[in-house]
Design a protein around this ligand. Structure first.
Ligand code: CTP
Length: 406
């Protein structure tokens, strides 16, 4: 369940073209996540969109003025609203509002309210023309805000609002990324045990070439790995995610690296291993590879009747051997004797935890949005979780393994 559920949020809107993305964001917060959102608009914001749409989606009057009036701040209301809020988010934030915050200027409702808000609960999502964004003064202001511990949602590089602007940095990220950062800011207030931990997660399949076109692989898509990576990043961990081939987007907030073969995955994992606090091997590393892959595309009449195969290196076995202080977590795919077989794997590979899933169970393991797993600790205590979304499973795994080492 999202940590945003039922939270009280102040959503500040400033005058940038990206404001059109704030309307569906507000609707998601209020309608889907049950947040109580107070919208504050600057006068420039009102040039782009009228308060009416935000009033409709928030179910509340939008604050547009400084002084006592129908939609203005009454008395110390701006202080009360900010103090009651769990988060204050300025989405989108113009260069102008960044300048005002860093200079301590309070000349309208939003800038006044931002002066009351603690940086730790304030999120700022700059979005503007690329030249404005790259301007030294804007960059200096942003750096200062980062140092003051404001949460900054970095803009993306992509197509900008107008044809003249073309391609460049300054674009407001999509709704999923914005929600990710709001959730991350709430999690930071709760001080998750994953905060600042260095975590390496693998996901997806590997592919072992028969020729340049054909390969041996398995049905893994990387959904479980991505769910683990995103939930850890949201809780404030520094996540390296190593993925086999997948069509899914990168997990938000993680450093993602792509590999194809088991050998490439092994090299990438070993390269990062010694600096990690926790390593979770959720990848379905292919166990076999053709010994002599052919170059180019084998013509049908040249395809051999049988292939000579070799086992790939067991990455997790190697990690278990090299283990120092890392918490090592393996996944186990079993279709029978799940717990007993997984305990043997855990011992053989020197793991702290093993998570078993059975692809024969409906809605479990490969390529599904859900999973049903059993988490086993070093003392062989098995804890089965009910079938649920991979995101909820990921959260339950983090909760379990950070609560105790056994
Ligand atoms: N694993 C690995 N390297 C391999 C094969 C598997 O690191 N070459 C890891 C997987 O990422 C997983 C764990 O080992 O975390 C268990 O994988 P699984 O396929 O369930 O078991 P195997 O060890 O391959 O044994 P078996 O196929 O006999 O069940």
């Amino acid at each position: 369940m999202s940590v945003l559920r039922g939270k009280s949020i102040v959503l500040g809107l400033t005058g940038g073209i990206a404001i059109y993305k704030s309307a569906p964001l507000l609707r998601r917060l209020t309608r889907d996540l049950g947040c109580d959102v107070t919208v504050v608009m600057t006068s420039s914001a009102q040039e782009f969109m009228t308060p009416l749409i935000f009033e409709t989606f928030s179910g509340k009057e939008v604050i547009t003025g400084m002084f006592e009036s129908e939609s203005g701040i009454v008395g110390t209301r701006h202080i009360d609203i900010i103090q009651r809020a769990d988060l204050v988010a300025v989405i989108p934030a113009t260069a102008n509002i960044l300048g005002k915050i860093t200079a301590g200027i309070a000349d309208d409702a939003l800038s006044t309210m931002l002066l009351v808000a603690e940086p730790e609960k304030t999120i700022i999502a700059p979005a503007m023309n690329k030249n404005m964004y790259l301007n030294t003064v804007v960059q200096r202001n942003l750096q200062q805000l980062r140092e003051l511990k404001y949460h900054i949602i970095e803009p993306e590089t992509g197509e900008l609002a107008t044809a003249e602007e073309g391609w460049g940095i300054g674009r407001l990220p999509d709704e999923k990324t914005l929600i990710f950062h709001l959730e991350k800011a709430i999690s930071a207030q709760k001080k998750s045990p994953l905060a600042r931990k260095r975590i390496l997660i693998t996901g997806g399949p590997t592919r072992e070439a028969i020729d340049d076109i054909r390969f041996i692989s398995n049905p893994s898509t990387g959904k479980m790995g991505i769910a683990l990576a995103e939930t850890a990043a949201k809780a404030g961990a520094f996540v390296n995610y190593i993925s086999g081939p997948t069509t899914l987007p990168d997990p938000t907030g993680c450093k993602t690296q792509y590999v194809v073969t088991a050998e490439e995955m092994k090299a990438a994992v070993l390269d990062l291993y010694k600096d990690q606090d926790i390593v979770v091997m959720a990848a379905a590393v292919e166990d076999i590879r053709p010994i002599n892959p052919s170059e180019g595309k084998l013509k049908k009449d040249k395809i051999p009747e049988s292939l000579s195969l070799k086992k790939t290196d067991d990455i997790l076995l190697q990690l278990g051997k090299n283990k120092k202080d890392q918490i090592l977590v393996g996944f186990s795919v079993e279709v029978e004797n799940e717990v007993t077989n997984s305990i043997s794997k855990m011992e053989k590979k020197n793991l702290d935890w093993i998570i078993v899933n059975n692809p024969r169970e409906k809605g479990s393991a490969f390529a599904t949005d859900t999973n049903q797993v059993t988490i086993i600790n070093k003392k062989h205590k098995a804890h089965s979780l009910p079938l649920q979304s991979k995101v909820d499973i990921a959260e339950a795994i983090w909760q379990t393994i950070t609560k105790s080492k056994d």
